[in-house]
Design a protein around this ligand. Structure first.
Ligand code: C2E
Ligand code: CA
Ligand code: CA
Length: 652
């Protein structure tokens, strides 16, 4: 029983452990470094021994057998040398095969060298015979040392060399050799113990390395995954994009990039809380994942309510847009969450390499551009980056350059458009509108340069210059006239921005109760807490706050209530052809009712014709602004305008 167990253990120690690929590979790596050394030592030592027996032993034994053994060793050495770079790529089966062969050859060579050396023994004198003993001991220990990472081979060498050695020398009848045999036996036992310990440490080290590697692989996986939705995250997206872009360039294939921005996510988040917002994002991600059926489609979450995808070997433009529309339609279907059923939509911007972008960064920027321009034009649908967008980008860049070089005091001016009470036709105030005449570009409309100044981060300088001019002009007006001034959401997005505005207003001496500051619904897409503080500050100063372009944005009613507004301005788009469009009439009617319920004044913008005017009167509109009464007029013409309309004259 004990013997059987021992035998099993010995057999185990002398075989290759075939089910640990990492260990197999580590063993091969170590061996590929040490086995060439082993063969070199063996061959060199064999020839030193052969030289001792030269002329004493017959040549066939002393030279030719040594030569044959050397050639064999040289062939194996070359084979190992050639394979040393390939170790990381070998399969488990190849590694097992290679290691088993090493075991086999260790046995064959152990026996061969032992027989050869013992065969030489009778031909030598006592010194030469002692050399045989030394050679065998050294060759065995050297080989075991070089095979330390393959326990089985080292053990096989120990057995195939030490057993014939010990038996032969013990039976030689020479007491010195008997002593030598005992010495060798003891050293072999010690060497075997060292090998067993070293090998155990080696396997443990490989195991530990494997665990560390697995851990870092897991960390890498987690670092590339969005923890909420389990989609690849922003980092993974850009890494994938770069790789896919390189591949597309090499192969000359088409690569498409789509950015998805959810419409209506923020209100859900505000109304139902972050937990519900998170659930919604998880559901959205699940729907988006369902379309990533092919290997060429890579979907990820960039962050917030923004997702993006990359398509390798992209189909034609029409198919890409159709697919974008499909995604948008998929996102429009209601989401049944436990708190509520909510409906949102998604806008998508798409750009394609090579037609529209020469770098992965440009591809992303252009998809982003298409997204935001698509959002302006038609929310909840897909927009492909186009030649017009390209022209727009170039023109925007020219405007930005000119703006950055502009002398605002000189080039900027303010015009004023009257706001009229339609019951009395009295002008109750003016809205200040910016005008820019650039020496390079000529007249540029505010609709163009204001958004560019916002993006370029120079809007607050413009705002301050315009505000000073508007207040200076309005200070000359009769005290019953109000001034409306447009603020950019960016102005309100920082405490410093608001302080700049407050100090200009206070410095002007203009009665703050006559000042209305207009903000648009884009303010809701900024840091709402900061916007809220800013608006509050301006309200405390005594200014009125108007919500401009009302009805065009997507602000929730709860948010309207959250700001201390005094006025809303119904957007021009609802007024155009009001008399013809039943829908527009319904909208204007409900917006008027809403403003009344909220106790807010309501200005209707963009009234151009008598028909629109009449329709508005029927709906109960009170304050109107538009070409019907007057286009915006230069500051110098305000006095004449007031005289002509018989309101109040400005005292000169
Ligand atoms: P807004 O604040 O909605 O201003 C009304 C725009 O409608 C003005 O265009 C005005 O000229 C135009 N408008 C007025 N009545 C009619 C009408 O009957 N028919 C038509 N078709 N248009 C009419 P404008 O001056 O080109 O300004 C465009 C936008 O630029 C403004 O829209 C405002 O958002 C922005 N803006 C203008 N001045 C400033 C400013 O000083 N600061 C900021 N932040 N934005 C400004
Ligand atoms: Ca306005
Ligand atoms: Ca407006």
């Amino acid at each position: 029983m004990v013997a059987a167990n021992l035998l099993r253990r010995v057999r185990y120690c002398m075989s290759v452990n075939a089910d640990n690929p990492e260990l197999l590979r580590a063993q091969l790596t170590a061996l590929s470094r040490l086995v060439p050394l082993l063969y070199s030592i063996l061959v060199a030592n064999a020839w030193v021994l052969a030289s001792t027996f030269f002329g004493k032993a017959p040549n066939w034994l002393g030279v030719y057998v040594a030569l044959a053994l050397s050639i064999f060793c040289a062939v194996r050495l070359t084979q190992w040398w050639r394979k040393r770079g390939l170790v990381p790529t070998v399969t488990k089966e190849q590694a097992v095969y290679e290691l088993r062969r090493t075991n086999k050859l260790a046995g064959i060579l152990g026996v061969a060298f032992s027989i050869w050396a013992i065969a030489l023994f009778p031909y030598g004198d006592a010194y030469a015979q002692a050399h045989v003993a030394l050679f065998l001991t050294m060759a065995m220990l050297g080989s075991m040392l070089c095979l330390i990472h393959l326990r089985s081979a080292a053990m096989i060498v120990a057995i195939t060399v030490s057993v014939p050695f010990v038996v032969f020398f013990a039976l030689s009848g020479v007491p010195t050799f008997l002593g030598t045999a005992i010495n060798v036996m003891l050293v072999t036992v010690a060497a075997v113990i060292v090998i067993l310990i070293q090998y155990r440490d080696f396997t443990r080290m490989v195991e530990a390395q494997k665990r560390t590697e697995m851990l870092s692989n897991e960390n890498l996986r987690l670092a590339n995954l969005d923890s909420l939705t389990d989609l690849p995250n922003r980092r993974a997206f850009f890494a994938h994009l770069d790789k896919a872009f390189e591949r597309a360039q090499l192969q000359g294939s088409r690569l498409a990039l789509g950015i998805i921005d959810l419409d209506g996510f923020k209100p859900v988040n505000d109304l139902y809380g972050h937990a519900t917002g998170d659930k919604l994002l998880i559901e959205v991600a699940a729907r988006l994942s369902s379309i990533c059926s092919s290997e060429t489609f890579f979907m990820s979450r960039l962050g917030g309510d923004e997702f993006a995808y990359v398509i390798m070997d992209a189909p034609n433009d029409a198919a890409l847009v159709a697919q974008g529309h499909e995604i948008a339609a998929m996102l429009r279907a209601p989401f049944m969450l436990s708190e509520a059923t909510v409906q949102i939509s998604g806008s998508i911007g798409i750009a394609v390499h090579p037609e529209m972008a020469a770098s992965s960064q440009q591809l992303f920027e252009r998809a982003d551009y298409a997204l935001y321009h698509g959002k302006d034009a038609k929310r909840g649908s897909a927009m492909l980056f186009s030649a017009e967008h390209e022209a727009q980008i170039n023109s925007d860049a020219r405007i930005e350059q000119a703006l950055k070089r502009a002398d605002f005091e000189q080039e900027l001016s303010v015009v004023f458009q009257p706001i009229v009470d339609i019951r009395s036709h009295d002008t109750v105030g003016f809205e200040a509108l910016a005008r820019w005449t650039s020496p390079v570009l000529g007249k540029v409309s505010p609709g163009m340069f204001i958004p560019i100044a916002e993006r370029a981060g120079i809007i607050s300088v413009l705002t301050q210059s315009l505000l000073k001019k508007a207040l200076a002009t309005a200070s000359e007006w009769p005290a019953n006239l109000r001034l409306s001034f447009n603020l950019s959401a960016v102005d309100l997005n920082s405490a410093e921005g608001v302080l700049g505005i407050v100090s200009i207003i206070e410095g002007s001496g203009f009665d703050t109760r006559r000042l209305d500051l207009e903000i648009t619904e884009t303010a809701f897409t900024h840091d709402f807490a900061q916007i809220h503080r800013s608006v509050e500050t301006l309200r405390l100063l005594g200014c009125g706050i108007s919500l401009d372009d009302f009805g065009t944005g997507y602000s929730s009613l709860s948010r309207l209530h959250a700001l201390p507004l005094t006025k809303i301005k119904i957007d021009r788009s609802f007024v155009t052809d009001l008399h013809k469009s039943q829908n527009s009439r319904k909208i204007v009617k409900s917006l008027l009712a809403l403003s009344r319920d909220m106790g807010l004044d309501c200005v209707i913008e963009g009234v151009e014709t008598q028909e629109e005017m009449a329709a508005l009167q029927r709906l109960g509109g009170l304050l109107v602004q538009g070409y019907f009464y007057s286009p915006p007029i230069p500051a110098d013409n305000v006095a004449a305008y007031l005289n002509d309309t018989g309101v109040v004259a400005i005292s000169a």
